[in-house]
Ligand binder design. Structure first.
Ligand code: GLN
Length: 538
């Protein structure tokens, strides 16, 4: 029987609802339960795919090709379970579904309204695609009190009535600030936030209090009393030194125990925290480190390359190394500074990206790593830029470019209109931008005796894609004759998936995003190998 856990947030945003939900998922899984994590986002975009990473951070891509909120990345990394299209929904998607039905005449004769039509659609989403799960953890984006999140909160209130209170649990995450001037922990914002939640019909069952410092018993009692929550269910979460400590910390605070007690579920199975303890130790105490430069356009916002930063850290964990990231803004990188800015980097990474802005800086950085034999990893756009660099400087195609940058030049990278997915032809376009890229898992066949095959230790791989442009396969021979090998191809041999350099210790470009599949407890081999190469670079 499936139980539903709803996680809301109050007082301020960015309290770590995603991380709390993901940690709870791990703890319940470790006790032997099957858990799915879902996210309901209140914004009006149908999905975050059309938002700038500066606005909303990274767009996370699932195996089945959904462009989703980055919290789904946390969910996957902590729970080890791959998310699906059916695990993230936005207000925009809900409304577009309801309006499509309205135009078809499916509500004929009725007035279409937020309650019940929008709330019904939200409830349908919460329950969709559930098979043998014991728990569905649903995180509601935004902060209680926002106009935008009201229909979601109303929907979960109704949902609890529909499936029964004993099958639903409400967790509310709030901030409990520490006031330096009076040396006090303040519970009032939490009281207000819970009051707000109750005014729209939801009484939280568990309150997670995010705090800089431990919350004294008196203050906990106060929260319990004013917010009408059992003291055992006032859980504190004091800032952790690394996110990998979060499952340990929530377990110490009995979060999983209280959840099971609420549902009256008994289990003797103990939580296994050893893997998290082990990696926390490495992350916090390893002395040796390696410097990796990320040359990208979205350096200003930390969350813009969330999965990438994580995957590099995982690669470090695998090699028992701390990874220091040197973030370099490609727009501000000019030739005269390259050497100076990259001199301390033992590895250079060019991440995914869109548009011409900042590309020349990336190309210069690639040239620098190619010439100086510094380990290089180019991801998606980074691989495309490596192709342009090589074409211009090694093949003497001076005007080498991508058709993404407009007409003219020699477009070695071009828009593709259709491609093959497991035998089916899929059409792409750049006329409609939402959800029309080559998205999700695609297979690549790996070339014998290549570095990539040595790294993956298999003949064929499946990785997640998110791009519209492709390297033109017609150039393959010309590149290979000059030392750049197309070491991974789509099964129909039409699309270059991986490139590598013959005379270089470690130079790889991939058309996909390996970072989405890396997990702290299972680091991705490409990142482990890249960090190892950086470690060996003198
Ligand atoms: N802009 C490039 C494309 O659409 C690369 C996309 C990416 O790096 N994710 O092909």
């Amino acid at each position: 029987m499936v139980r539903y856990i709803f996680v809301t947030g109050g007082v301020v945003s960015s309290l770590g609802k995603g991380l709390s939900s993901a940690s709870l998922a791990y703890l319940l899984q470790s006790r032997g339960f099957k858990v799915r994590l879902r996210k309901l986002d209140p914004y009006l975009n149908v999905d975050p795919g059309t938002m700038s990473p500066f606005q909303h951070g990274e767009v996370f891509v699932t195996d089945d090709g959904a462009e989703t909120d980055l919290d789904l990345g946390h969910y996957e990394r902590f729970s080890g379970t791959s998310a699906k299209k059916t695990d993230n929904i936005t207000t925009g998607k809900i409304y577009s579904d309801v309006l499509k039905k309205e135009r078809k005449g499916e509500y004929l004769g009725k007035t279409v309204q937020v309650i019940p039509h929008i709330t019904d659609r939200i409830k349908e989403f919460i329950k969709n695609d559930v098979a043998k799960e014991d728990f569905i953890i649903c995180e509601i984006g935004g902060t209680v009190g926002d106009i935008e999140s009201l229909p979601f909160v109303e929907a979960i209130r109704q949902f609890s009535n529909d499936v029964g209170k004993k099958n639903t649990l409400f967790i509310h995450l709030t901030l409990v600030p520490y006031m330096k001037a009076s040396d006090e922990i303040k519970t009032k914002p939490t009281q207000h936030s819970v009051k707000e939640l109750r005014s729209i019909g939801i009484q939280p069952d568990i309150i997670i209090c995010r705090s800089e410092r431990a919350i004294p018993l008196d203050q906990r009692k106060k929260i319990s009393l004013f917010c009408n929550v059992d003291i055992k269910n006032v859980i504190e979460t004091v800032d952790v030194k690394t996110i990998y400590e979060a499952p340990i910390s929530f377990n110490n605070e009995n979060l999983d125990k209280q959840v099971l007690e609420y549902f009256k579920i008994k289990t003797r199975k103990k939580v296994n925290l050893n893997p998290w303890k082990k990696i926390t130790k490495i992350v916090l105490h390893t002395k040796k480190s390696v410097n990796i430069a990320i040359v990208g356009k979205y350096i200003g916002l930390k969350d813009a390359y969330k999965s990438l930063d994580e995957a590099l850290t995982h690669g470090g964990i695998h090699n028992n190394l701390k990874v220091n990231l040197i973030r370099i803004d490609s727009e501000k990188l000019n030739i005269s500074e390259i050497k100076n800015k990259l001199k301390d980097a033992a590895g250079i990474l060019i991440p995914g990206g869109f548009g011409k802005r900042g590309t020349e800086g990336k190309i210069e950085a690639i040239n620098y790593s190619r010439k100086n034999k510094i380990p290089f990893l180019g991801i998606c756009f980074g691989m495309q830029m490596a192709i342009i660099e090589f074409a211009r400087n090694q093949l003497n195609i001076k005007k080498a470019t991508s058709s993404e940058f407009g007409p003219g030049g020699s477009p070695i990278i071009g828009l593709i209109n259709e491609w093959n997915k497991d035998g089916k032809i899929i059409k792409g376009t750049d006329k409609v931008l939402g959800g029309t890229m080559r998205l999700g898992l695609y297979e690549a066949k790996l070339k014998d005796n290549s570095l990539i095959k040595k790294i993956y230790k298999c003949k064929s791989i499946k990785e997640r894609h998110r791009h519209r442009y492709e390297i033109n396969i017609a150039y393959k021979d010309q590149f290979e004759k000059n030392g750049m090998i197309f070491s991974g191809l789509s099964p129909d041999m039409k699309l270059p998936e991986i490139i590598e350099l013959k005379n270089h210790p470690w130079f790889i470009g991939v058309q996909f995003h390996p970072e989405f599949k890396s997990r702290p407890l299972a680091p991705h081999p490409l990142f482990s190998s890249f960090i190892k190469a950086a470690k060996n670079h003198k």
